[in-house]
Design a protein around this ligand. Structure first.
Ligand SMILES: *[C@@H]1O[C@H](CO)[C@@H](O)[C@H](O)[C@H]1NC(C)=O
Ligand SMILES: *[C@@H]1O[C@H](CO)[C@@H](O)[C@H](O)[C@H]1NC(C)=O
Length: 490
């Protein structure tokens, strides 16, 4: 009987999916529709089933797909305004990559525009001679400028295409490659150590070198970064703010945009004595690293901790309380790097019920940590980084896309009338309410880490259910909860 019920439930679930797909197919979208609900419907009821205000004044922003259908609104790049970003090396050769080669930045100028975005690249770190040697062999461009190409394309939030970047396509855009492996915090020159770690100095020198290009006239400077770059923004922004205030005579405002760089102190990190330096757990790695890099942490944060405990300033929620500059957080609730820190490798094919529970707990903790931050975009997805992906506009939280939330945030910073979390119809404190990883139908497709094939949450849970069945585990009504989830999602 029980078995029969389970089969029945699976059938019901399948039917849900089929009808979901049918609904999705009705709308003729130009982009792939997998894992996506039709965006033209349901303005009233968002993906989470929460009632939303219709956004009458910004139709093209609510629905990024409409944007692509109005080619006339796309500004044509001309000679003065090329899409490519060009490489410049820093004038101060002390601002070096790990191997001593001079660091640099890619720039696309928008002459006359007083708004800038400076983006810090990510790529974790190395924290010992051994881990840095390995990194140098496997990812040299993250430690050396010797093989950087002379130009690169801006993507996502750095794109010069109006269709890919509706609000910020015409900003002065700067991409700073990550070549210091120190979470942008270091202050050690090559003469003092096997490798240089000059991350904090590289940021300052980039800004100094942008002075002849007009950054002194800037009204807004967005310091952005993904992953380790996002953590780098958190650790450097107040110092950058002080520097810019001095440069611009208080006219320029620095704002932080942190993508996937808000980590919480892992509760389930594996125990490591760090005897084998390549096997350190994250907190040990950070502790070791800060010593090796001579890491420069924000003074205000350091003051909160005893000597030796300053490493806690690496974790966003601990650093945030002492920060001055306005920031916007883009954070997946089930960030894959956070899961990795908690010793969970989401190999979806063989996920256990225990892992599934841990993952949900991490999502809840992360959500809690975001409560106090006014400007947040936090979709309930497994993923890592978003803002420089070309499809960054497709993800929505409560029917609001990220470019629109950023627009609302910027508006609130200019406008006194706005509330802390958003004006009527223009919200920017957006955290998914639904309870499951990937319960938001606009989440990016999951990839099976073993086969590399895309899979959806349903396949994942069905497989998990079968796996548990095989092992004789009773998974507390997983399937009925799943059905509830699909109802919410649909
Ligand atoms: C970096 O170290 C030098 C000394 O080596 C020091 O003068 C400087 O103030 C440090 N920079 C920061 C930002 O702490
Ligand atoms: C915002 O409010 C402050 C004082 O409360 C005022 O000085 C300022 O002019 C206002 N700005 C705008 C744009 O209204």
């Amino acid at each position: 009987m029980k078995r029969f019920l389970k089969v029945l439930l699976i059938l019901v679930v399948m039917e849900e999916v089929v009808s979901q797909n049918k609904r999705a197919n009705k709308v003729n979208l130009r982009i792939p529709t997998r894992n996506r609900k039709p965006q033209q419907t349901n303005i009233e009821e968002g993906p989470t089933g929460v009632k939303e205000e219709p956004y009458a004044t910004y139709p093209s922003i609510v629905n990024p797909l409409v944007q692509t259908r109005i080619p006339t609104s796309e500004p044509q790049p001309n000679q003065k305004y090329s899409e490519d970003m060009k490489l410049y090396f820093l004038k101060n050769t002390m601002a070096a990559c790990n191997d001593g080669t001079t660091a640099g930045y890619y720039l696309r100028e928008a002459k006359g525009n007083k708004r800038w975005i400076i983006f810090l690249e990510g790529g974790w770190c190395c924290y010992s001679k051994e881990t840095c040697d390995v990194r140098y062999k496997s990812a040299k461009r993250l430690m050396s400028s010797s093989e950087w190409p002379p130009t690169r394309k801006g993507t996502g939030i750095l794109s010069a295409k109006h269709s890919e970047n509706p609000h910020w396509w015409n900003l002065n855009a700067v991409f700073v490659p990550y070549c210091s492996s120190d979470i942008w915090s270091g202050n050690v020159s090559k003469s003092q150590s096997d490798y240089a770690f000059m991350g904090s100095m590289i940021i300052q020198e980039v800004i100094r070198d942008l002075v002849p290009r007009g950054i002194k006239q800037a009204k807004v400077i967005i310091l952005a970064g993904s992953s380790a770059g996002g953590a780098g923004v958190l650790m450097n922004i107040d110092r950058v703010t002080a520097m810019v205030e001095e440069l611009t005579g208080d006219n320029g405002q620095v704002r932080g945009l942190i993508d996937s760089g808000w980590f919480i102190d892992p509760k389930n990190a594996k125990q490591s004595d760090c005897a084998d330096a390549t096997m350190c757990a994250v907190t040990d790695a950070i502790k070791k690293g800060l010593t090796l890099w001579n890491g420069v942490l924000p003074e205000k944060c350091k003051e909160q901790f005893n000597r030796g405990d300053e490493w806690q300033c690496f974790y966003g929620p601990k650093l945030y309380k002492s920060m001055k500059s306005p920031i916007f957080l883009v954070q997946w609730l089930y960030d894959e790097e956070q899961l990795r820190m908690e010793n969970i490798q989401p190999e979806f094919r063989s996920m256990t019920a225990n892992q599934w529970n841990n993952i949900q707990n991490i999502g809840r903790e992360l959500k809690k940590s975001l409560r106090e931050v006014p400007a947040v975009f936090a979709p309930a997805c497994f993923s890592h980084t978003l803002i420089t992906k070309s499809n960054w506009m497709e993800v929505q939280v409560k029917s609001v896309s990220l470019p629109r939330a950023l627009h609302c945030w910027e508006k609130s910073l200019q406008d006194n009338r706005s509330s802390r979390t958003g004006m009527r119809g223009c919200p920017f404190h957006l955290i998914d309410n639904c309870q499951w990883p990937h319960c938001n139908p606009t989440c990016p497709a999951l990839h099976d880490h073993v086969s590399g094939q895309a899979m959806n949450i349903l396949q994942l849970v069905l497989q998990m259910g079968m796996e548990n069945q095989r092992k004789g585990l009773e998974s507390k009504g997983d399937l009925s909860q799943l059905i509830a989830m699909l109802r919410n999602a649909g």
